[in-house]
Write a new protein. Structure first.
Ligand code: ATP
Length: 395
């Protein structure tokens, strides 16, 4: 799929803007802080329903405005549709497809975008929550139904935690708390589905990650990745505990056994101590964890590799064609060889959008259809020529 036309109203630093894009490479060029990433963010919003930079919607709306509108004409081969989202500062957001209303949560069914940005370094260097967010975003992109399972799990977890907290405050022991079992059943049913889906996806990422990492880093060692399940005894959230490598059996049985083992500790702390909310994606290079050991360049290559591996998986499975690949501010970080190798990796996607402060940072293979951005406006080279010509005629 590709974006053919993007229109913004009161989005970030754009009062109003229209951008035409083409299949293949597109480049957003401009000095720092002019609005290149904002354009990329607007396109990705349809796929991720949020920003890669902030967790709330308010910053999407231009200062002083009440709502932002992003409209995009998307083409899948010869078919095209118009998607629109209105991000409201107050009240719920609204969405439309070809003019008809739909729930904003449905938008990702029409748009697949993989965006890599410098913030993605947090996937490898940040807390486990950043890695869970990464894997969950990809899960939802591949299987939109899982968005509901994940949010139901979070709701049940909050309710179970509230019960544990109030039991702790009232000095109630586990065997006196019969309602806990009801919440255990719900937590296990939803949680086991989340754990299994994340583990399976982690396994699927291995081969494309190895391929992408080798291509970017030019390295001869293979990255390793594992889904560390807190139900197996490790506590990735607290960085403690040994994994029980022999852990087998049904995930739900394992989850139930782990909850039983931790019951007293959970009542002591008023908190659910095992489950997918405490799992982690463990990344290793040369047998060492990436977090805390890998160099800046290795961490960067790993984060980029994870996004490119995601794009490969989406491309292999999606009914929508290739995902749109957006590389925000990536080339300035890479040496010439790595730039060329990365360009080679993404060059055959249906549409690739890259941003850079200066054109020479972008490999020649991707230097097509340049969109210049200046202070929240799209600079149209033809238009500026016309204005000058008209000015001189008038004069
Ligand atoms: N809600 C908003 N209202 C008005 N301006 C905003 C809003 N959100 C962000 N901006 C402005 O947008 C600009 C940042 O744009 P963006 O992040 O797209 O820059 P960029 O061109 O990608 O720069 P860089 O090359 O530094 O990454 C900043 O000047 C910021 O103040």
């Amino acid at each position: 799929m590709i974006v053919e036309q993007l229109s913004l109203v009161d989005f970030r630093n754009y009062a109003a803007a229209d951008v035409s894009l083409q299949a293949g490479p597109n480049v957003f060029v401009g000095r720092n802080g002019q609005g290149k990433t904002n354009l990329a963010e607007a396109i990705a919003y349809f796929a991720t329903l949020g920003s890669h930079r902030v967790s709330t919607d308010a910053p999407m709306v231009r200062r002083g405005a009440d709502a932002a509108i992003v409209r995009a004409r998307l083409a899948y081969g010869t078919r095209s549709i118009v998607l629109e989202v209105q991000v409201n500062k107050q009240g719920a957001n609204k969405a439309r497809v070809n003019g008809s209303s739909l729930r904003p949560a449905e938008l990702p069914r029409y748009a697949q975008v993989v965006l890599f940005a410098p913030e993605d370094l947090q996937i490898v260097r940040g807390d486990p929550s950043a890695r869970r967010r990464f894997i969950d975003q990809l899960l939802i992109q591949r299987t939109p139904r899982l968005a509901g399972v994940l949010s139901d799990y979070d709701r049940v977890l909050r309710q179970r935690n509230a019960l544990l907290k109030s039991a702790r405050a009232r000095g109630i022991r586990g065997d006196q708390l019969s309602t806990l079992e009801v919440w255990d059943d719900k937590l296990i049913a939803l949680g086991a589905e989340v754990i299994d889906a994340r583990s399976a996806l982690t396994g699927e990422l291995a081969t494309p990650l190895t391929h992408a990492y080798a291509a970017i880093a030019g390295a001869d060692h293979e990255p390793e990745l594992d889904w560390a399940r807190s139900i197996d005894g490790a506590d990735p959230e607290e960085g403690t505990g040994e994994m029980d490598a022999a852990a087998g059996g049904l995930t739900s049985e394992r989850f139930r056994a782990a909850l039983a083992t931790r019951r007293t500790a959970e009542l002591d702390r008023g908190l659910t101590l095992v489950g997918p909310h405490r799992d982690d994606l463990v990344l290793r290079l040369r047998g060492l964890p990436v977090k805390g050991y890998a160099s800046h360049g290795e961490s960067w290559s790993m984060a980029l590799g994870l996004r490119l591996a995601s794009a490969e998986l989406l491309r292999a499975q999606s009914m929508l064609g290739d995902p749109i690949v957006i590389l925000d501010d990536v080339f300035a970080e890479l040496d010439a060889d790595r730039r060329e190798r990365l360009a080679g990796l993404v060059a055959d996607y249906e549409q690739v959008i890259v941003t850079a402060a200066v054109e020479p940072d972008i490999p020649t293979a991707l230097r097509a259809h340049v969109v210049r951005v200046e202070a929240g406006t799209i600079v149209d080279p033809e238009l500026s020529t016309n204005i000058t010509e008209q000015g001189s005629t008038d004069g």
